[in-house]
Write a protein that binds this ligand. Structure first.
Ligand SMILES: [Zn+2]
Length: 48
C-alpha cells in the first residue's frame, strides 16, 4: 500500500493505481489517484 498526501482532502490517502516515475531532476516519485476525490497524489521517494 502506497500513501500520498491529497491536497483536496488535506490528509494522507491510499493511492489508487500507483506508478513510479521520475521528476525532471531525476528524483523518484510515486504517482497515483486519490480514492476519495480522484485527485492525483504524489509522494517523494517512489514505491516502497
Ligand atoms: Zn482526495
Amino acid at each position: 500500500m502506497v500513501q500520498g498526501y491529497c491536497v483536496k482532502d488535506k490528509k494522507m490517502v491510499e493511492m489508487k493505481n500507483p506508478v513510479e516515475s521520475l521528476t525532471k531532476k531525476g528524483t523518484k516519485i510515486a504517482k497515483g489517484k486519490c480514492p476519495n476525490c480522484g485527485t492525483t497524489v504524489c509522494r517523494m521517494g517512489g514505491l516502497k
